[in-house]
Write a protein that binds this ligand. Sequence first.
Ligand code: N01
Length: 547
Amino acid sequence: MTQSPSVRPNEVDAVIVGAGFSGLYMLHRLRELGYSTRVFDAADGVGGTWYWNRYPGARCDSESHYYCYSFSEEVRKEWKWSCRYPAQPEILDYLNFVADRLDLKKDIDFGTRVTSGRYDETAQGWVIETDRGETVRARFLITGVGNTSTPNTPKLPGLETFAGKVYHTAVWPHEKVDFTGQRVAVIGTGSSGIQSIPLIAEEASQLTVFQRTANYSVPARNFDLTDEMRREQLDNFEELRRLTLASPIAMAFPVPDTSALAVSAEVRKAKLDELWEVGGFRFMFTSYNDIVVDLQANATVANYIEGKIRETVKDPAAADVLCEFNHPVGTKRPPLDTNYYETFNRDNVSIVSVRTNPIKEVTADGITTANGDHHRFDAIVFATGFDTITGTLLKLNLHGRGGQSLADKWKDGPRAYLGLCSAGFPNLFMLTGPGGPSTLTNFPVCIEQNVDWVTNAIEHMRETGATEIEAAAEAETEWVQMVVDEADKTLLTSVDSWYMNSNIPGKPRVFTAYISGMPAFAETCEDVSRNGYKGFTLRTRQPVEAA
Ligand code: N01
């Protein structure tokens, strides 16, 4: 049973927003150390992104044995993953298992949205309000709101007139949606579209995919894990963890050390053929070390994938649309699939290029494109992604020192030191925040590092009597510049993507992730704390003198 909000304290050491991977571990760490903590989540259960994204085909793209917590040996030994890439229900079960095992739910207010946070400079703490009318004071405000949590639904003219059903992959109904016999549109071909399209196609009478940007998808090659494989993973935990922590993207496989241009075309093809069969992120991230820094190297891999698409898709016109590439491979988040390209060989599936033939309007019975074609639909599925990175943080309506709003401070792009703290917003920690490595890594690893670092900072404050920690403006400026400069050494800043904060019209175009890899980031954070929290100002609140 969870406590009713009314009997929970309204003054605590820390408020955490979000009960996904970040919030759960943060709660565990703080509670273990005796800090009073409350967690708020708008959902009716734990899971964060895995609570909401229930669309058909939703599954993890990182392999299960490292897409999980590492901190608890018990959890590791008691939980059994069924396959290489577990589906959403299994990951949600895992997070519920962890929350129950660590008895976390009793400190979480579900179905409760944080509506505002104001920093009280006198008290040196946050005043947090919720949509249930509660006000809670906390020394620390810690956000674990994820990077892909505010869905983006494009404002298509006439959408409100559509008489059929409208879905978004990121807020999928809890009950099964049955598309049998229906004419369905899927708009968007990022990871969510690419995972859901093959399964929707199996049910729908007619599926039309609206593609704005052709994507380079690689087969996931999921498989069931045997007991022997699971045992091996447990037995080799230390070695796999070492590989994970040494990997820039925090995945348990080796980092490549060869240029794609340093080998002959035959050698390269043999390697890519081999990795294509292995599937998953290993194709992109264990092949060559210069794919996202050198256009020529990039082209070798892009051309290889294009060859695979054209080999798979029988209709040359559909293949042409699927290969309408406008960006180097790997400069947008690479998707993985199961039978994505094969799906376009079905008689009931077609594809429309929104790039050459934009959507003109939605009508009561379908979608009209610029060339005048009208497509009739019973349902429209938006797989159009998220107001990423900053969307949910800004919705928290945070006001820092002097009443400054975070939205105002970030109007030209997010600014945060180490991706965790923003000058003018003391005692606020943003787990997996902008300018950190999270979106370019395997999330749970980055989350554990972020949470451990924040916990240590809070412990350091307790030990030294400090009551306020704030990123210094100069350190933040240097960090933000370094993030952009490092990204500019790669091809990633040459395209529009959600990494570039430019997937939605009107957002400032700026690179939002630390690209130098998880090991370098973790080392930098350690260096900061070893050196007296370099780049931060720590203050101690003076006791109020008795009258
Ligand atoms: O969203 P996306 P997503 N008209 O932004 C298109 C994580 N994730 O939900 O590329 C027409 O990638 C848009 O086109 P364009 C993962 O990190 C993980 O798929 O902007 N089309 C694009 O094709 C991922 O990167 C997993 O030109 C429009 C698509 O919609 C992130 O979440 C699974 C449009 C959006 O793709 C987001 O993925 C799923 C418009 N007006 C997601 N607006 C796993 O680990 C947008 N689009 C498995």
